[in-house]
Design a protein around this ligand. Structure first.
Ligand SMILES: Cc1cc2nc3c(=O)[nH]c(=O)nc-3n(C[C@H](O)[C@H](O)[C@H](O)COP(=O)(O)OP(=O)(O)OC[C@H]3O[C@@H](n4cnc5c(N)ncnc54)[C@H](O)[C@@H]3O)c2cc1C
Length: 287
């Protein structure tokens, strides 16, 4: 339970951080809240010899409106997401999802950037970011670029982040006023990762689905964007038969591992149950 030796660095700016990561090379890792990385280091499943702590970089904090988007700094903690009035008004699903992550102790340190950047399929933010059509702002020594959340995840812990880059902010288009939303998560106990979870963001026009986005958590090597399920639902009144077809389409793209949370078959079915519940709750909330 004791990590290997490492050197600790605390840069004061993004440019200093990415210069350090570039100079130190593969043995260096960014450190945010430390609530995924430090447990791995204690188990010796990760052994970076340099940690570059992003906690001293003011530019990575803050939640702000920018035109029709909301931009959230990578070092914003899950607790800060929960406490934000701006998010409660414009992106309430972020608060709902954050409240289902771990426990208050973890949420007070764990960051949105660490959660989204990491590529852990069990994390809750990635599927939500896909459902919200978020864009990740990435910076490396050679400059800045953007990557859509829907294209960022390539495999378990395998992402579009290049060596030496950090996620600096997440840009989320604000869904239309009156949108419906829900994040439904099955977990064995408080503080557990999802057996399966589903994020739904939709809008209704005249009682019919005008737009719909669905993300699924921890039922494959990556978070999943359930595109076919969304197409099936669009234009429907979310009647039982259409929902059943959409749920079947979502279940069909899952490939969960067998672990202490259940067999692949069970976890696939639970993804479907979470999606049905999320659709019903999103519908009830949509204006
Ligand atoms: C008991 C427990 C229960 C938990 N339960 C849940 C849960 O139910 N759901 C859930 O989603 N999470 C859960 N977590 C994880 C928690 O939310 C983490 O805090 C979060 O996933 C990672 O954020 P962090 O800021 O702690 O990142 P860190 O642990 O500091 O970093 C995680 C990884 O991402 C990299 N990284 C960090 N920040 C950046 C960045 N800005 N740019 C690029 N790379 C970066 C690091 O190098 C590292 O590889 C749990 C953690 C614990 C300890």
């Amino acid at each position: 339970m004791i990590p290997g030796a490492f050197a600790y660095h605390r840069p004061g700016s993004v440019s200093e951080a990415v210069a350090l990561l570039a100079d130190l090379g593969e043995d260096a890792r960014p450190l945010s809240g430390g609530h995924s990385l430090i447990p791995l280091m204690k188990l010796r499943l990760a052994a970076p010899t340099h940690l570059v702590d992003l906690g001293g970089i003011g530019d990575l904090k803050g939640i702000a409106e920018d035109g029709s988007d909301i931009v959230i700094g990578a070092m914003v903690t899950q607790q800060e997401l929960i406490a934000s009035d701006l998010l409660a008004g414009k992106l309430p699903i972020l608060r709902e999802t954050s409240l289902l992550i771990a426990d208050p102790q973890v949420r007070s340190l764990g960051t949105i950037g660490g959660n989204a950047a990491n590529g852990d399929p069990a994390n809750d933010m990635p599927a939500l970011m896909m459902a919200l059509n978020a864009t990740y702002e990435l910076t490396g020594k050679s400059g800045k670029r953007s990557e859509p959340a829907r294209g960022y995840y390539r495999g378990a812990y395998d992402t579009a982040l290049n060596a030496g880059e950090i996620l600096t902010a997440i840009r989320i288009p604000v869904p239309a006023a009156g949108h419906g939303y829900a994040y439904e998560k099955l977990k064995r106990k408080v503080g557990d990762y999802a057996t399966a979870a589903a994020a739904v963001v939709l809008t209704l026009e005249g009682g019919k689905v005008a737009s719909c986005a669905i993300g699924l958590t921890n039922v494959a090597d990556t978070p999943l964007f359930a595109e076919e399920a969304c197409s099936i639902l669009t234009g429907s009144a979310l009647d039982d038969d259409t929902v059943k077809r959409a749920v079947a389409a979502a279940e069909a793209i899952t490939a969960p591992a067998s672990d202490r949370r259940g067999t692949p078959q069970y976890r696939t079915k639970m993804a479907g149950v979470m999606l049905s519940r999320a659709l019903a709750r999103a519908k009830s909330r949509a204006a």
